[in-house]
Design a protein around this ligand. Sequence first.
Ligand code: CDP
Ligand code: CDP
Length: 213
Amino acid sequence: MRFTVAIDGPAAAGKGTISRGVAARFGFAHLDTGLLYRATGRRALIAAGAADAVGEVEAIAAAKALTEADLARDDLRTAEAGAAASRVAAIPAVRAALLDWQRGFARREGGAVLDGRDIGTVICPDADVKLFVTASDAVRAQRRYEELHLAGHDVTYEDVAAQLAERDARDAARDAAPMIAAADALQLDTTSLTAAEALDCAIAHIEAKLSKT
Ligand code: CDP
Ligand code: CDP
């Protein structure tokens, strides 16, 4: 059985939480595509030596050389890796280098759920289910702040809010695969939902689609 779920939306909207829950509920494989860009950004930073020196050449080479081991690193969740991800993600050749692998993952036997920014629009335009997950700016910043704080990072709410706003603006404004809801995506605003309630909405929507296939 092949069944693809595409989940997009801005930072800290709850995409990953829903994706992991959907994968567990239906036995689908899950790919957090943000990790591809975070790992590429991190590799490019190391190759260039300094954030402001990262150029297209380093970023494209980093995307082409990406390995599964790069995606398993636990330092990819930092704000620095997020900012580097958002910069390299605007380079068309970087996105092109990561495309086939994502599409292959989406078509795997047994079902797949992918979350990111362009899954429903570019990577899997024919996905069986598309969700665009959102939440207010303040709620998203609070969620990410709490996550980073709990993980021991020394951050302030104001810094986290500013970093998310900058990243979202860049992701939405870029020419290459901008963050935008697919016309046929279900919009899920999680501002006043618990993580469990948001997951229940997603599961109900997927079950309805699965029963028709
Ligand atoms: O993947 P994305 O960046 O969109 O967000 P996430 O990492 O799944 O979620 C960010 C944080 O918000 C996590 O700590 C969740 O537990 C929390 N959260 C949520 O995902 N959904 C809600 N409705 C409420 C809280
Ligand atoms: O977890 P969070 O939503 O904060 O970020 P992420 O999903 O790990 O993505 C990090 C960055 O990678 C985003 O800000 C985008 O610039 C980029 N990205 C992208 O361009 N396309 C994707 N499919 C996924 C991530």
